[in-house]
Design a protein. Structure first.
Length: 674
């Protein structure tokens, strides 16, 4: 687990010791207190102190930007590296996975999801005896056995030390340093006391202390208390509101307006999004970058380097203050609408540019995951925008199908379909995409029901090829290979006539090749794969190419070509990792386990088989309900057991079962594991 913030941790020695003691004594500890008092930092620092006592894992799960309680367990599972995408309840998957482990789970910022967090924590603690939970929030969870610790403001000595540290003052604690800041220790202490020794308020004050001494800042701060104390706001926010209001007064009018409009973003955003969503009226697009730079300089917006490019974010309390001003300005609805429209446009652009830029777009879309969730939230909260929600859910088919997000995709698809029953192209697409996702989860009955609905609402047959394609996948999963091949051939002809390569023709090539191979028609399999890979090359398609690499590996396996199977399986696994493709990753790991066991590395094969089985177990369905992959696994197990003997195989298999999928993938690819 990394530290919650990149800045140094100052003070809190007594509080750290107290929280560590509580974690050792109680299975559930909740740190409460007002916003900005330092609950997150204290939880992270205490967890670092005690990390060695939890050999099976320590996880920090940030919940501030999660608004949909349905996705709580999914978010926790993602933080742990669990990749379950089945229809099984995620709470059960988490509990089963945690049950044999001694671990610590930190749930940060729970106040807006108290009921959902309480339910999840209660389930996990009852079923996982080695688990301890450290939660933070502005109110207790109300779970039996919970120990509540109210985080106090900083002691005055720690507050002054924090102010100096964040202000970057030289010579702190010396006579020269005291003179430099104007007023020395007494002046800084007075400023901290005026801020009630609240860490976030102090950090905001530190920015101004770099250019203005405490003797001048303190009177202004008292003015801000007068302006911002009382009213209809909750009493627990008054001290922090004063610090926020003071920072607000120090901003230019353009910065204040941008601050308010930026509050619609969930977590991070990029410059393009800021310009699209926040420009307008007195803040033209050309002024957004300059104004944003001013907010970064004032530490109200933080800049972060990300693989998808430079991203920016606000602390939650800063965002909340901006949201209040946005409401006062009467712009909340309009700016939220621009946010929703921007992310719908981004989804459409990604879908259009997916061929040739798949890895790049995947990284960007995942970086924007919380903002897409916010867009869905806005669409699904207002019946007037339900059709937009359907459009967005269907447009993001590649994210659900190709990129390891089956569960979340199905949630949005099902919710949007339930809200808007009006016929139309957006609903048809959502129906067949939902059927596709359900089939990949192994929920074949639900997939069939969605296909029936799709056909009933499509008298003109505009989505017929997709319905046939998913029906072919269902037949393949059920082991009816002749029927699957027949259906997929029909779907391929339809897609070819319609010119749909990306979501239709290329996936059909992969499925048809797999069906041909399972049906005992290897020569036709190779012809189909060769044609499909040529199309991938022509269209810059990497995800389907990876799927076909796996079928090539399976064909080599059928022929007994160990080296070829290993080469193709590793190529497929390397690509699958780029997209977090769960199903492809785990079947590749099993194929590699068979190949290395045949080549004499049976111990490695046993560990890989254990790791793969852990994923199958957490998915809720054995081998996704399909007999296709079971023979490979059985042969790999038999090969490893013959080479190792039953007892050693069981030991190594158990070692592998404890590996998460990411480590198992590195192990399968013979990469260095740090």
């Amino acid at each position: 687990m990394g530290t919650p913030m990149e800045t140094t941790f100052v003070g809190r020695r007594a509080e750290i010791a107290q929280v560590v003691r509580l974690i050792r004594e109680s299975r559930l500890v909740t740190l409460t207190g007002l916003g900005g008092v330092g609950k997150t930092r204290l939880a992270g620092r205490a967890a670092e102190e005690i990390a060695g006592e939890f050999p099976d894992g320590l996880w920090l799960v940030e919940l501030a930007c999660l608004t949909d309680p349905y996705l709580l367990a999914e978010t926790v599972a993602d933080s742990m590296g669990l990749a379950d995408q089945s229809a099984r309840r995620q709470e059960e998957v988490l509990a089963d996975w945690l049950s044999p482990r001694r671990s610590l789970l930190i749930l940060d910022t729970c106040e807006h999801l108290v009921e959902a967090v309480a339910s999840l924590v209660d389930t996990l603690l009852r079923r996982a005896p080695g688990l301890r939970v450290l939660a933070t929030g502005r109110q207790p969870l109300g779970v039996s056995g919970e120990h509540i610790y109210l985080v106090p403001p900083l002691p005055i000595e720690d507050a002054v030390a924090l102010l100096r540290d964040r202000a970057g003052l030289v010579g702190a604690g010396t006579a020269d340093g005291d003179a430099e800041v104007g007023g020395g220790v007494e002046g800084m202490a007075e400023l901290c006391e005026g801020l009630d020794c609240i860490p976030l308020a102090i950090e905001l004050a530190a920015v101004q202390l770099r250019t203005m001494p405490p003797a001048l800042l303190t009177p202004q701060l008292h003015d801000r208390y007068r302006l911002l104390t009382g009213g209809d706001g909750p009493m627990r926010h008054e001290s922090l509101r004063a610090a926020m209001g003071w920072s607000h007064e120090l901003c230019t009018p353009a910065e204040r307006l941008l601050w308010a409009r930026l509050s619609v973003f969930a977590a991070g955003f990029d410059l393009e999004a800021a310009e699209r969503v926040c420009a307008g009226g007195p803040l033209p697009s050309g002024l957004v970058l300059e104004t944003l730079t001013g907010l970064v300089d004032k530490s109200l917006v933080q800049r972060e380097d990300h693989p998808a490019g430079v991203r920016l974010r606000m602390l939650d309390t800063v965002r909340e203050f901006g949201a209040e001003w946005l409401l006062l300005l009467g712009e909340t609805g309009a700016v939220r609408g621009r946010h929703r429209d921007h992310y719908l446009r981004l989804a459409r652009r990604c879908a259009a540019e997916w061929p040739g830029r798949q890895v790049e777009w995947y990284g960007r879309i995942r970086a924007e995951q919380r903002n897409f969730r916010k867009a869905f939230e806005l669409c699904l909260a207002d019946p007037e925008w339900s059709r937009t929600g359907l459009d967005l859910a269907g447009t993001l088919w590649f994210l659900w199908v190709c990129c390891g997000m089956l569960r979340e995709g199905r949630h949005y698809l099902e919710t949007a379909l339930g809200m808007d029953a009006r016929p139309g192209p957006e609903r048809l697409r959502a129906l067949w995409v939902c059927a596709w996702v359900a089939a990949l989860q192994g929920d074949l009955d639900a997939a069939g029901e969605r296909l029936d609905r799709c056909r009933a609402e499509d008298p003109g047959g505009s989505a017929a090829g997709y319905a046939i394609q998913v029906e072919g996948l269902i037949s393949l999963t059920r082991g009816d290979y002749p029927r699957a091949v027949e259906l997929l051939d029909e779907a391929m002809a339809w897609h070819m006539a319609e010119g749909d390569v990306l979501s239709g023709l290329l996936p059909c090539y992969t499925l048809a090749a797999l069906g041909l191979l399972a049906a005992g028609r290897p020569e036709e399999t190779m012809e189909t794969l060769s044609e499909g890979q040529a199309l991938c090359e022509a269209h810059g398609e990497e995800w389907s190419r990876a799927q076909m690499e796996y079928v090539f590996a399976w064909a080599e396996h059928v022929k007994g070509g160990t080296a070829g199977a290993l080469r193709h399986a590793r190529a497929a696994l390397t690509a699958a990792r780029l997209f977090d493709d769960l199903l492809l990753s785990v079947v590749c790991v099993e194929m590699i386990a068979w190949a290395v066991a045949v080549e004499g590395a049976a111990g490695r094969g046993a560990r890989l088989l254990g790791a793969a089985q852990a994923v199958w177990d957490s998915s809720g369905l054995s081998q996704f309900g399909s007999p296709i992959f079971i023979p490979i696994r059985k042969r790999a197990v038999n090969q490893a057991v013959r080479a190792l003997g039953g007892a050693e195989f069981d030991t190594l298999y158990a070692e592998g079962h404890r590996l998460d999928l990411g480590i198992a993938v590195k192990y399968a690819l013979e990469e260095k594991i740090s």
